[in-house]
Design a protein around this ligand. Structure first.
Ligand code: NAP
Length: 287
């Protein structure tokens, strides 16, 4: 038995399938050890239809909580007892905290995105944002940016229906945010909106490995002075979108920071303390 695990150690799980590739056990266990906190993080391969049972097991074992990844994020939101405001709007959870037997669901992907921008000196408050995508990552980003007070949000997606659904959710939750939904194939509107924007976000998988030559923005003349371009993709670290935006003089922000900060937000929810982000970065670089 690992020396730091004893009878009082609190369990934190990852549920989803597959989970073997996840970097979360390494990150959280390093940070618990570094901060001398009596928690242990383990990954469990759980199919979507078993999400309810997994959450009941969490409650039975008195575990501190869990992360939920695909395909369990939506089912987790359905079966927890309470939801955070963002998780309620989105209808998905990636983090659960067991508050004395009451399972509270949160979503930290959007918080992670906003924290990553803040760390790089970019605040979304009052900004005009164009976000491409309406899947899991993009929805969390769009809702969190609206909750954080962005002035406007234009959502472009291949399937217009999903973009409209997200725009409707934001309109209902944040009426002060001006929001509209457009088809990604409407390249004239895309150009027009980006030219007016402060921040352009790619929340789609366009450009993710192995399709590293793809980009959601074919017309690089949209990259104007002062535009910040952020990508949710972390593999590769520099997508074609970011490379071309950087070449055009834009500030660019990669998706690896979003991944780190969504974990840090979950860590804080479970432990009440800040995750030692810098120490983990150094540790990871040393591997
Ligand atoms: P998802 O739920 O499957 O959504 C995929 C999105 O990409 C949808 O908007 C989809 O449009 C769009 N899309 C995919 N292929 C397309 C194509 N060929 N042309 C146009 N649109 C296309 O996936 P997700 O979980 O949101 O993940 C999206 C990306 O974010 C992935 O690269 C993932 O690795 C990354 N991610 C990063 C983090 C982080 O912490 N940095 C966290 C989560 C995800 P339709 O709606 O029309 O299908």
């Amino acid at each position: 038995m690992e020396k730091r695990i004893d009878g009082a150690t609190q369990l934190i799980c990852l549920i989803g399938s597959p989970v073997k590739h996840s970097g979360s056990p390494l990150m959280h266990n390093f940070c618990f050890r570094h901060n001398d906190q009596n928690f242990a993080y383990m990954a469990f391969d759980v199919k979507e239809e078993d999400t309810k049972q997994a959450l009941e097991a969490l409650r039975l074992f008195g575990a501190r909580g869990c992360n939920a990844t695909m395909p369990c994020k939506i089912a987790t939101a359905k079966f927890v007892d309470k939801l955070s405001p963002a998780a309620e709007i989105i209808g998905a959870c990636n983090t659960v905290v067991n508050e004395d037997g009451v399972l509270v669901g949160h979503i930290t992907d959007g918080t992670g995105f906003v924290c990553n921008l803040r760390e790089k000196g970019v605040d979304v408050k009052g900004k005009k944002i164009v976000c491409i995508g309406a899947g899991g990552a993009a929805t969390a980003i769009e809702v969190e940016c609206a909750l954080e007070g962005c002035a406007s949000m234009v959502i472009f997606n291949r399937s217009l229906g999903k973009a409209v659904t997200n725009a409707d959710k934001i309109k209902a939750a944040c009426p002060e945010c001006e929001v509209k939904a457009l088809r990604l194939s409407d390249t004239d509107a895309l150009k027009e909106e980006i030219l007016k924007a402060d921040i352009l976000i790619n929340g789609t998988s366009i450009g993710m490995a192995p399709n590293v030559d793809d980009t959601p923005i074919a017309d690089t003349s949209v990259f104007h002075e002062g535009l910040v371009v952020a990508d949710a993709i972390y593999n590769p670290l520099e997508t074609r979108l970011l490379r071309e935006a950087k070449e055009a003089g834009c500030k660019v922000i990669a998706g690896d920071g979003m991944l780190l900060w969504q974990g840090a937000a979950a860590y804080k929810l479970w432990t009440g303390t800040e995750m030692p982000v810098e120490e983990f970065r150094k540790f990871k670089a040393s591997l």
